[in-house]
Design a protein around this ligand. Structure first.
Ligand code: GDP
Length: 366
């Protein structure tokens, strides 16, 4: 299953507009795929990767299949959501399931478009959403602390380390900070694994600016950038309404002309997708056959059998070995056969940790 990023934000900031852009560009791509279902609020988008195009140039396959991520439109967050306002809990349950968050922030003025929170205030808006997520997390952490304290009382001393981590989480949230910023180790994370905290997810911001500011940003996006600087998070400046229009073009020439009018070299949506992929800390490996050259998404650090399971679960179950060519070798020698002749094709076993860019061929029996 593709990894998911969820679009969140206050009402009328341009979430649906962004989602429509994603969804329309996904529909335009759909013919490339054998399996492509798009639910009303889920769009599947290609992740642009120049390496895939280079491999395809060399192999000349029947088809080229990029990797994809799912974008989910999560509507309904308002001030007070953690206490059940608006769609409250439903919204928060949806966020639990995503791997990363795209937070859309209104950076355009338009008195015709309603706003409950007074004058445009990107930093204030960001804090409203953050506070709701933190309050919900605090509730989850406090509940788990109670359960853990009971276990310790009943003599389960092993739980003391967990309690220590949970207490640190509680302090962090009480200071208005996210769990992710706590930088817990993998081991420490096991204490909170089962409560799926909302502020433990990587996040990036979309500053939805007016048309005139799409290349430069404006005072609102500047304020947002300043506010997230210390957190190390990224802000993508774009005009969602324009992106939605770009995505509607079926004809590439018309699309190009439209973008030229706005002095754009690529849709800002592409930048957003690329940044989201990076945010997820993912790795890509390739398969390069005459039928299909394809990019596959895995997590960094995955071993060969687990990486194979992304293609088919049988590949993992019956894994025997993997033939691996480093991406740069494939490009230098120009074919699998030439890599093989020149000793650039390695045979790797179950313990092999897949590198970003590896060109893989799995041997398995079922
Ligand atoms: P959501 O509630 O966050 O999903 O917001 P919508 O995407 O439905 O947008 C709310 C309103 O703002 C709609 O009328 C959009 O047309 C408008 N809107 C969205 N993006 C922009 C933008 O970039 N500029 C301007 N001026 N209006 C926008």
């Amino acid at each position: 299953m593709a990894l998911q990023a969820g679009i969140v934000g206050l009402p009328n900031v341009g979430k649906s507009t962004l989602f429509n852009a994603v969804s329309n560009s996904a529909k335009a791509q759909a013919s490339n795929y054998r399996f492509c279902t798009i639910e009303p609020n889920v769009g599947l988008v290609n992740v642009p990767d120049p390496r895939l195009d280079k491999l395809a140039e060399l192999v000349q396959p029947e088809r080229t299949v990029p990797t994809q991520i799912e974008i989910v439109d999560i509507a309904g967050l308002v001030r007070g959501a953690s206490k059940g306002e608006g769609l409250g809990n439903k919204f928060l349950a949806n966020i639990r399931e995503v791997d990363a968050i795209i937070h859309v922030i209104r950076c355009f003025e338009d008195e015709n478009i309603l706003r409950d929170e007074g004058p445009i205030n990107p930093v204030g808006d960001k804090e409203i959403i953050e506070t709701e997520l933190q309050l919900k997390d605090l509730e989850s952490v406090e509940k788990k602390i109670q359960r853990t304290e009971k276990l310790i009382k009943n003599g389960d001393a092993k739980m003391k380390a967990e309690l220590e981590v949970l207490t640190r989480c509680k302090d962090q949230l009480n200071q208005g900070k996210s769990i992710l910023a706590l930088g817990l180790s993998k081991e420490e994370k096991s204490a909170i694994e089962d409560i799926f905290l909302l502020t433990d997810k990587p996040i990036l911001y979309v500053a939805n600016v007016d048309e005139a500011s799409m290349h430069t940003g404006n005072k609102f996006s500047d304020a947002l950038i300043e506010a997230v600087k210390a957190e190390g998070n990224q802000v993508i400046i774009m005009t969602n309404a324009i992106e939605a229009q770009i995505a509607e073009f079926d004809n590439p020439e018309d699309k190009q002309m439209f973008m030229e009018e706005y002095k754009m070299t690529e849709p800002a949506l592409d930048r957003l997708i690329h940044s989201t992929y990076k945010l997820l800390n993912l790795s890509t490996y390739f398969t390069a056959g005459v039928q299909e050259v394809r990019a596959w998404t895995i997590h960094q650090g995955w071993k060969a059998p687990q990486a194979a399971s992304v293609i088919h679960t049988d590949f993992e179950k019956g894994f025997i070995k993997a033939e691996v060519i480093a991406y740069n070798d494939f490009i230098s020698y120009k074919s699998e056969a030439a890599c093989r002749e020149n000793g650039k094709l390695r045979i790797e076993g179950k313990e092999y940790v897949v590198n970003d860019g590896d060109v893989m061929h799995f041997r398995f029996n079922v």
